[in-house]
Design a protein around this ligand. Sequence first.
Ligand SMILES: NC(=O)c1ccc[n+]([C@@H]2O[C@H](COP(=O)([O-])OP(=O)(O)OC[C@H]3O[C@@H](n4cnc5c(N)ncnc54)[C@H](OP(=O)(O)O)[C@@H]3O)[C@@H](O)[C@H]2O)c1
Length: 305
Amino acid sequence: MNILLTGAAGQLGTELLPLLSARGRVTATDRSPPATAVKSWLELDISDGGKLELLLNSVRPGLIVNAAAYTAVDQAETDVRTAYGVNAEFPGRLAHWAKQNDARLVHFSTDYVFDGTASHPYLETDEPDPQNVYGQSKLEGERAIESSGCRHATLRTSWVYSSHGKNFVLSMLELARRGIALKVVDDQQGCPTWARNLALASDKVIEQWQTPGADHRSGLFHYCDDRTLSWYDFAHAVFSYAVKTGLLNCEPDLAAVPSSGFPQPAPRPKWSVLDTRRIETAFDIHPASFNRSLKTVIDEVSTRA
Ligand SMILES: NC(=O)c1ccc[n+]([C@@H]2O[C@H](COP(=O)([O-])OP(=O)(O)OC[C@H]3O[C@@H](n4cnc5c(N)ncnc54)[C@H](OP(=O)(O)O)[C@@H]3O)[C@@H](O)[C@H]2O)c1
């Protein structure tokens, strides 16, 4: 099977690449492929619609995995056009091609499609009401895929981190190494999700799609790891593991603050917890352990340090 992976150099794309390579011939694309990239990597700027059609018609993927996204949440507030181009129009074009060519599409979306006022974990059937441009553009992308009628799995997830790329864990570690006293918000709750667990969940969906005679489910699914934490709790967990492994000598000065004490251009939902029962029932995919995942990520960072 030919597979097209977009955003292959991002947090999730990096974890997906080895898994997908075991399932078929992968063409990996990103805006700037890594210097070590081999010849099956291609440079693709998502805003170039014409080039996308050419690429799809030449690769002819039976499976498209779209890990590319505009993830700079605050920047999206002023770079609205680019955010919509990458997060809404591009997935729509992929889905249209997939529908026309009987290909399948795996796509990713976000907890930020919700307003964060619920008091229960969000179900796929709960009404979205995104409060920032990033969330609005991702919701448009979900809807474009849904309305194309292509066979797809859109996995909504939350608070993605890994031992590479730009994320909360690496930012916290960097600030702690510089000896900076930290203030972290404690009134936003969510489920930190290791990019590798999300990649493994995607791979399990694909595996079941490839199984002859299996019930090939399509649609919107929530996946996140198994703990609900505030950003403050998350930072505390990062520092505590980092000290245990010797990555940090001691925990930094860490203070809990309300969101009002840490103004950001894009408002964030206060409650970002996703209910994962649909993916558990449909694909037997269960939330992975936050504790084990964070520990592995810190170990990976320590090994490289
Ligand atoms: N990160 C989170 O906390 C989070 C939370 C919920 C949902 N998600 C969703 O999970 C998925 C994976 O996120 P991630 O954390 O892996 O994101 P990421 O690390 O930011 O990776 C996204 C990739 O897309 C590429 N990209 C962006 N604009 C592009 C363009 N115009 N042309 C070509 N490539 C472009 C990025 O390249 P550059 O690095 O050059 O920009 C990057 O390699 C996304 O759908 C995201 O919306 C993420």
